[in-house]
Structure formats: C-alpha cells, structure tokens
Design a protein around this ligand. Structure first.
Ligand code: B12
Length: 211
C-alpha cells in the first residue's frame, strides 16, 4: 500500500479511502507508527499549510480531520498494549476555548500504550475543571493541549489556579500543541513540553521517575 495514497485521501477528506488504505497497509505489514506519521500526521500538516495560504477553508479542514480520525481509530488499538498494570495516572485535556483534539487524543493513546492510565477531559476544558480533576483523580501528571495562540493563556491560568489551590506541588504539568514551545513552557512554569506524541510519552515517564 502506498502511504502517499493515505496521505492524499486525508487531504481530500475521503474517509472510505483512508479506512481502506490504512487497513490494506496494515495487512501488508506496514508498521502502525509509519502509517500514523508518514500518512496521517503529514497530511494534517499539509492541510494546515493550505489553510494558512488560503487554499483550504474550515469545512475542508474539518472533513480532513474526520478522515484522519477514521485512520487513528483503526490504528489506536495497535498503538496501545492492553492488560498492563498502569505505571501512573495522567489527566489530559484541551484548554478552554479550543476544540482541537486530534493531537491530544494521539498523546493520550501513546500514553496508554506506554502503560499510563489516562483520564481524558476532552476539549474546551476550563481551568476550574482541570483543578477539580486534579483534586478528584489525584494524577501524577496533568497534560494540557492548545492549538491556538489565543488559547495558550488557558495553560497559564491552569497553572495559576493549581498554585492558588495549593495543588501545584502534587502534580507535574506537561504541555503541547502546535503553537506551544519550550520557551513558553519555561515562562509559565510548566514541568515539561513535548512536540509530538512519542516525545510526550517519553517526557511523561521522565517526569514520573523524577529525572
Ligand atoms: C484539524 C484542524 C482544525 C479542526 C479540528 C478538528 C479536531 N477535532 O481537532 C477544525 C476544523 C475544527 C479547526 C477549527 C479551527 N482552527 Co484549526 N487546525 C486544524 C489543523 C489543520 C490540524 C491540527 C491537527 O489535528 N494536527 C495534527 C496533530 C497530530 O498535531 P497537533 O495537534 O499539533 O498535536 C501534536 C503535537 O502538537 C503534540 N501535542 C498536542 N497536544 C499535546 C498535549 C500534550 C500534553 C503534549 C505533551 C503534546 C501535545 O503531540 C501531538 C501528536 O504528535 C491545524 C494546522 C496545524 N498545522 O496544526 C489548524 C490550526 C491549529 N487551526 C487554526 C485555526 C485558526 C482554527 C479556527 C480559529 C478556524 C476558524 N476560523 O474557525 C478554528 C478554531 C476552533 C476552536 N475554537 O478550537 C490555526 C491556528 C492559528 C493560530 N496560530 O492560532 C491552525 C494552525 C491553521 C493555520 N495554519 O492557520 N481546526
């Protein structure tokens, strides 16, 4: 199976072709992470660039995102090994005002694959809800996602609210999303930043082991 065909099907927003392409590639022995990175994620990067240059509009982006999700749904179980005892608990969510969830979902999947128990709060999560989840779930790690420059301040707010509620020392905060950088993470006092799902899972393990 040509990975390029999967890539093109995502850009076209052709869910049926994505499903067929991913299934066929797996049958032919292509590694799930190759399909994910070279087919699905690369296609979404291209969609983002086309949107920026005015060749793509929101509906096109949405249809492409749905097609990508179809592919991720097939790959998901293969990226996660089940039946392992959790090595730690992570609460994860996309910050207030932000509806992007593909990257956050991938991070969640990779963390599950690495043996974490993942509590996913979804998208458009207020800082109050993050704080309540830290109180209730008592996770070792809190993962915050933001895809818009306008919603990144939600991350700052979550960290401030954790401090106000005397919870900041109880949980390590790691952050990510396209506009997020290490510099931003340092500025707001996050414990770690990762630029993709594999790095997120590596960082999560480091944070838990205290290294
Ligand atoms: C798909 C998409 C949408 C879909 C979202 C569907 C969904 N269910 O997620 C829809 C159509 C709904 C959408 C809407 C909008 N979007 Co949009 N969208 C995108 C697009 C094309 C792809 C995002 C994506 O899924 N990437 C693929 C994933 C795998 O990558 P990722 O999200 O970056 O995640 C990885 C890493 O960042 C990291 N990561 C992510 N989260 C976390 C969390 C933690 C804890 C860690 C450690 C790591 C981590 O790991 C992930 C996996 O590798 C991007 C373009 C881009 N290049 O990012 C624009 C983009 C983010 N959108 C943009 C805009 C402007 C919008 C809208 C405002 C458009 C509009 N006018 O309405 C709305 C906002 C809606 C809202 N309130 O949130 C802009 C943002 C510009 C900016 N600087 O703020 C972008 C960059 C497009 C562009 N080039 O202009 N969008």
């Amino acid at each position: 199976m040509d990975i390029k065909a999967i890539y093109e099907a995502v850009i076209r927003g052709d869910r049926t072709a994505v499903e067929a392409g991913v299934t066929k590639a797996l049958e032919e022995g292509t590694e799930p992470d190759v399909i994910l990175n070279e087919g699905l994620i690369k296609a979404m990067e291209e969609v983002g660039q086309r949107f920026e240059s005015g060749d793509f509009f929101v509906p096109g982006m949405l249809i492409a995102a749905r097609a990508m999700k179809t592919g991720v749904a097939i790959l998901g179980p293969l990226l996660v090994n089940s039946g392992v005892k959790p090595i730690g608990k992570v609460v994860i969510g996309t910050v207030a005002g932000d509806l992007h969830d593909i990257g956050k979902n991938l991070v969640g999947l990779m963390l599950e694959g690495a043996g974490f128990e993942v509590v996913d709060l979804g998208t458009d999560v207020s800082s109050e809800r993050f704080v309540a989840a830290v109180q209730d779930e008592k996770p070792g790690l809190l993962g915050l996602s933001a895809l818009l420059t306008t919603t990144m301040s939600g991350m700052t707010e979550v960290i401030q609210k954790l401090t106000e509620n005397k919870l900041r020392d109880m949980v390590k905060v790691f952050i990510g999303g396209a506009p997020v950088t290490q510099t931003f993470a340092d500025q707001i006092g996050a414990d770690a930043y990762a630029d993709d799902a594999a790095a997120a899972s590596r960082k999560a393990k480091e944070l838990l082991s205290g290294s």
